[in-house]
Design a protein around this ligand. Sequence first.
Ligand SMILES: [Zn+2]
Length: 67
Amino acid sequence: MAKRVSKGFADKISKALRDYKKHCAVCGEAIEFIKHIVTVTDSTTKSIRFKEKIVGVCNCNRNEIYK
Ligand SMILES: [Zn+2]
């Protein structure tokens, strides 16, 4: 038997989904969040490190991110 989803819970989920879909104030496109790996070269030790960061991608910066 399927579990009933309470009204409050459904509201919470729909709100979370709506919050997740953020739109850019500049181009109006839905911002897509991706994990972007950048390489950081340490100038003193000459070692290369990888840094992960979450970036929001929309029309404004897509060309910079997807090189
Ligand atoms: Zn934009």
